[in-house]
Ligand binder design. Sequence first.
Ligand code: B1H
Length: 831
Amino acid sequence: QTKRSDVSNSEYAKFVSQEVPRDEVSILNSVFSHLAYTFHKNPSNTEAMDAYNGIAFTIRDRLLKRLEDTDSHFISINAKRINYMSMEFLIGRTFDNAMLALGLRKEYSAVSNTLGFNLEDLIDEERDAALGNGGLGRLAACFVDSMACCNYNGWGYGLRYRYGMFQQQIINGYQVEAPDCWMDNPNPWEFPRPEISYKVKFYGNIAKTPSTSSGYTWENAVEYDVMAFDTPVPAFGTKNVGNIRLWSCKTNDLFDLNRFNAGDYPGATGNMVAADILTYVLYPNDNQNAGKELRLKQEYMFVSATIQDIIHRFKLTGKPWSEFHELVAIQLNDTHPTLGIAELQRILVDEEAMSWDAAWDIVTKSFAFTNHTILPEALEKWPVPMMGKILPRHLGIIFDINLFFLQHVEKSIPSEREFLSRISIIEESSPQQVRMAYLAIVGSHRVNGVAQIHSDIIKATIFSEFVKVFGSDKFVNVTNGVTTRRWVNQCNPGLSALITETVGDESWVDDYPKAHLLESRVNDEDFRKRWWDVKQANKLRLATYIKDTCGITVNHDALFDIQVKRIHEYKRQLMNILGVIHRYNTLKKMTPEQRQDQVHRVIIFAGKSASGYYIAKLIIKFINSVADVVNNDKDIGDVLKVVFIPDYCVSAAEVIVPASDISQHISTAGTEASGTSNMKFVMNGGLILGTVDGANVEIAEEVGDDQIFMFGVLAHEVDEFRFNLRYHPDPLDANLQAVYDTIKSGVFGNPDEFNPLVECSHGPGDNYLVSVDFASYLMAQDAVDALYKDRESWITKSILCGSRMGKFTSDRSITDYAENIWNIEPSAVDA
Ligand code: B1H
């Protein structure tokens, strides 16, 4: 307890009611003040990093004020809060985004000039916050941006990993991982909240005790302290500010004095290290379940602290438990936070003396679950013995949830044993496994997929039995979206200026459907030229980036053909590079004159592979080996270049996305739940080459299916083709055979090394149907070339596509969630 001195309320009210000054001189003075008093620097010894920090702290001041206002506003009106629980937030950089959100970019640019720096250079001083793998983590970051911009009371909850997504180096063509020590620099965007901390328990045993209403207590557990760090989320066009609360293990209570006194100094810190390790590292898997004990502990630590925090905040309202679900919505970003269901049930029955049924009613009314993948290797299952050891009470609760669920099913639909075992949360394997997706479905009131085709597929396949049990209405679709603040306004100033001019003001930034007005200018010659010039300038910027990062010179007049995403067999980077070899073979057979007549292309790849994913890593090596040969072939010159940009991350994407002429989204139909970079590329005036999969389908619906290049088998045909590859294989496509022959000739290096890639792209090993789609893929690529030669038609398509993407803003996604799942209204701070 601290004794507070008497601060007169009216003095405080006066203080907080002042807007932090926005004029250049005041900003400059605050920067001087931070430089002097936060960083011990003066203008004569200020380096770029110091200038970035000094400036960033003044922005943070402005954000914190707004964060406090937002919080008090929502508390004062007892607003329902969305708790978006995600093991990943792929935030990227905050600096530029925050200046734009505050509407102070011009002022800050002038201030940095006064300090002797170019604002663009200072922006490059910031390290990405890469607390995520790919689409799922980036989606979470876009969603907190949209919740704030749309004035919803929404917070993200996650983990503060000391090491984020590893940094990828390419050495001799191979991926080499280096740690992402992003916390080595001061982080102006987070602030520690040591007063907000909770105890999280592991291990121990369950004892029967009459003292709790459930009759159980959890004893002899090991306890850790977990502490909050808040990262305010700047929002554009509103004074609301969002928040991402990340948890980190506290180590201070874990010093072992007994060992220390006995002279065992290193041993005394043993527990501290163990605690720290819990939040040390992000598992670098995308669409792949690691299944490691440490990951289970991370998941539990995350959910336990979050649920305790949610309950703490709920109790401050003084409302009865029966109103919990009217004030709290909890969204599970995939199954990773699903233990939250068991944790809330446990706290209610073991600690809050509630009956099982009353507790379960609260749980199921509060939770909702988003599924992001149907890939079997990504579906989370935890061995029962492992869960029993680490979380004995939760395992008991999960067994009870399952028992009551199966009893309900038996009563409501007469079913055979087989059916019950198929939908059981516990898989009867050896050892038994907890199926986390099933727990999430049973414990939630809504389940959604992330694009229409994906939502339809999960209902028809992996969750079909649950549709029979709960009815179809529990399963809904919310198509993903991306924030236009970052993915248009910030990353593409040239295009943004054109949209602003067309719309008449900047209102499109948070009302993206307004971009449809661009369509009215499709025949305006001057506009078309400027549209083209913007793209060329973005290509030049990317060409410079490629020169800097790979040392390869590319001509920005060539067609830029881009595939950037995690490296995964189902995403078929392999098909792309096999297509490149086909193109190379074709060019080699031509006369020099014929060659010069072809559309010049730069094929650009980027993406990380999970560190233990052998085939994905081999694909990276293979792309680099092909690139080496093609790029150094004098016959080929500028007609074809192949580039693998290392260390793909959010800030690299901000340079890459605006520069595409065409981008590839070519997953085997039915495997990519949505994809979100497809949306970003089209918003930035790039066309797409894609399969009938994920959000490609809805993009085609919006922009017109004659506007984009689609090819390949359909999702419902995939099983049959797989079966045929195994039992009735067609003869191999002649072009693909020729590509294999080139590989086997050894031009790209030791053919034995790459043989696994040959084996997994045809015949029974071809799980992702590369050989089946190859011919139609090449035809689609020919159509791309033909259109690019007709520049005017290309520009028309590019403008039409760019103008018809209104649906794909994450503001629309969030509004869908708010209306169909969360049942919540927006409310602006200053309204
Ligand atoms: C997506 C994942 C994912 N789906 C497991 N599933 C992970 C699964 O660490 N793990 O265990 C990590 C990530 N990520 C992606 O989600 C989909 O593949 C995309 O198609 C989709 O656009 C994105 C956002 O919904």
